[in-house]
Ligand binder design. Sequence first.
Ligand code: SF4
Length: 151
Amino acid sequence: MHRLYENDDIVIFWDSDKCYHAKMCVTGSPMTFDIQRKPWIDMSLAPNPEIWQTVSACPSGALKCVYKHGIEVIFEGYNHRSVAYNGDKKIGECDYRDNGDSWLIFHTEVDSDYGGKGIAKRLVYKVIEAAEKNKKPIDATCSYAVKVLGE
Ligand code: SF4
């Protein structure tokens, strides 16, 4: 399962398949990570340095994080895409085809001025997360999305 969690400054990527329950997250920031709670990650309850440090200590790579740099990524199901915005300016998108019983990501692109900020991964995760919530198997022909799915 792939999920995104975020507050004003940080985005966490969560890939449950990688977790081997070492529990460094729940001991590192117990207010943020609580496996008895739904959703189990709440980023409003601890300071950012504590959250960042805890995610960085995840030994499996199930948790990863990036700074948002003021970029918002939203899912636009009616357009079959996720989109990244810097204010009103669209600076990236990830497009998928709805084949009825499955989704296929075929294009991911971020404006070159915004490279190295994890925006492409946020875009792809946004689509994967939506596919999983809609119970649609997801695949990709876009090479970047293939890499994210295979990580
Ligand atoms: S620290 Fe990482 S591997 Fe350990 S329980 Fe948390 S998510 Fe799973």
